[in-house]
Design a protein around this ligand. Structure first.
Ligand code: ATP
Length: 245
């Protein structure tokens, strides 16, 4: 569903992502891990079509994000870590706007159900400016889900959410994956990711260090117990691992 081939992104002269290739299949939830500055946000923004790649190709549902941006973007949803909403629009007006942009019909019931799931049922008429940071994140999430995207990209989505919000988000992402969406989630909250992700991509300095399921990565690392946590795997991989797999 998402295919990244030889992606390189250079800012000025800094190489933020270096010859990165991976794919996310329908039904998968990929955890994008790496230290600060590893290139996670750059990778997600490139897949979302916000940053043009310096080199390499990215396709979403078979559509090239550079060559066919409208077809590719209509199939994906991008939830940045600090979503910008329109200050003078209400929550409901954000849903209306999103539905218009993506050409979604008969969205009112879905919209109401999504707002209720994220505890925003009584906030439909509230202006975005009057929402808390976590609530703004929830509105961005609801808007992102409205057009039933085939690819979902989330950058640090848990940071501002309350525990119920995180639980609702996980439930929704699992449901979307079960119905065939490809999901990519970047996060530093490794303990929380463990219950969600089916595969992981560990980046260091813009390069792919490890890519695979927990067990596949574990099999390439020596000296870890079979029941090692994702946090233990991450530290072991980033401190001792060599670029590979
Ligand atoms: P974090 O965990 O801190 O969010 P990240 O893995 O998301 O980090 P990126 O934000 O993708 O990392 O940054 C990767 C590299 O690219 C870093 O060295 C960063 O300084 C650089 N970089 C990011 N954005 C820009 C920019 N707009 N201009 C120049 N360099 C940038």
């Amino acid at each position: 569903m998402i295919r990244v081939e030889h992606l390189t992104k250079v800012y000025d002269r800094r190489v933020a992502v270096d010859d990165l290739s991976f794919e996310v299949r329908p039904g998968e939830v990929l955890g994008l891990l790496g230290p600060n500055g590893a290139g996670k946000t750059t990778t997600l923004r490139a897949i979302a079509g916000i940053l043009p790649p310096t080199r390499g190709t990215i396709t979403v549902a078979g559509h090239d994000i550079v060559g066919a941006p409208i077809a590719a973007k209509s199939r994906l949803a991008w939830i940045p870590d600090d979503p910008h909403l329109f200050a003078s629009l209400t929550v409901w007006e954000h849903l209306e706007f999103t539905a218009q942009v993506y050409g979604v019909r008969d969205w009112h019931d879905t919209g109401r159900a999504l707002l209720a799931r994220f505890d925003l049922g009584d906030r439909a008429d509230t202006l975005a400016d009057e929402l808390s940071r976590g609530m703004r994140q929830k509105v961005a999430t609801v808007c992102a889900l409205l057009h039933d995207p085939e690819a979902l990209l989330l950058d640090e989505p848990m940071t501002g959410l309350d525990p119920r919000g995180i639980r609702s988000l996980y439930e929704v992402l699992r449901e979307r994956a079960a119905s065939g969406a490809a999901v990519v989630v970047s996060s530093h909250l490794l303990a929380q990711l463990e219950s969600l992700c089916t595969r992981y991509l560990i980046l260091v300095s813009g390069k792919r260090l490890f890519f695979g399921s927990r067990d596949e990565i574990l099999a390439q690392l020596e000296g870890l117990r079979g029941d090692a946590t994702l946090e233990e795997i991450f530290f072991h991989a980033t401190e001792r691992g060599a670029v590979g797999a």
